[in-house]
Design a protein around this ligand. Structure first.
Ligand code: NAP
Length: 229
């Protein structure tokens, strides 16, 4: 049986990812800040991604029982500058956003790497967005022309870079690391502006979480295929 951990699993897309992985028969630890928010069929584990001691404790809980972790989905994020133009964004907007969406990912990943290595076929899925694409932003294409958040978009560009660095570093341990864009979903993060349901957004993450050993690593994709960096 595969063991999975999903951060930010109490609501939105993360909750759906946790639910869908559990439906596939995995033992899923739902990383939550309120244990009552974990979806049915999962096991709540307290996890504020900004707290290294809490992340270490979550790793200890999983490690003591299973000795390994097969799937880590870094889903938790905040958008500290929703509706703020790049010209109005401040260092504080950046700090708030990066604290969870970048530093939080490193905090949790760092805590879980020994357990992922112990799996021998670990999978890391980083929840990113096409808004992170410097190429699409430079071309002022599609959504990237409309949604111009300085903190959120650039935090996800940093996450994309982390994805490639981790992919290269961890390939010798059989760990595949990929970044996925769930598409524009109706969740709290988007003020429910998205056209897709959270369950639809979760599907691409579940696919990357369940890759076989010959699957890709260091990629950036959505349900429609590869995205440009
Ligand atoms: N929705 C979209 O259209 C869309 C598009 C592209 C990418 N994404 C990405 O998909 C992921 C999920 O987005 P979403 O729309 O489902 O967001 P959401 O509904 O706003 O949910 C965010 C989740 O992150 C958790 N979180 C926030 N700060 C945290 C912290 N310090 N420690 C632990 N958990 C924390 C929240 O937990 P609490 O309940 O405890 O606050 C919540 O579970 C994010 O990475 C987002 O950037 C979303």
């Amino acid at each position: 049986m595969k063991i999975a951990l999903v951060t930010g699993a109490g609501r939105g897309i993360g909750r759906e990812i946790a639910r869908q992985l559990a439906e596939q028969g995995m033992t899923v630890f739902a990383g939550v800040r309120d244990e009552s928010h974990a979806p049915e069929g999962t096991r709540p584990v307290l996890l504020d991604v900004t707290d290294a001691a809490v992340a270490a404790n979550a790793a200890k809980t999983i490690g003591e029982e299973f000795g390994r972790l097969d799937v880590l989905v870094n889903n938790a994020a905040v958008c500290g500058d929703f509706g703020v133009s790049p010209a109005d964004a401040t260092g504080e907007h950046m700090r708030t956003t990066y604290e969870v969406s970048v530093f939080g990912v490193v905090t949790v990943t760092h805590a879980m790497i020994p357990l992922l290595r112990a799996s021998g076929e670990g999978r890391i899925v980083n929840m990113t967005t096409r808004l992170a694409s410097v190429a699409l932003t430079s071309a002022r294409e599609g959504l990237n022309a409309e949604w111009r958040m300085l903190a959120y978009n650039s935090a996800k560009s940093a996450l994309n870079a982390l994805t490639v660095l981790y992919a290269n570093e961890l390939s010798e341990s059989g760990i595949l690391v990929n970044a996925v864009d769930p598409g524009h979903c109706a969740t709290d993060l988007t003020g429910h502006t998205g056209t897709r349901m959270a369950a639809e957004g979760a599907a691409v993450a579940v696919r990357m979480a369940t890759l076989t050993g010959d699957g890709p690593t260091g990629t950036f994709s959505s349900e429609e295929g590869q995205l440009p960096w």
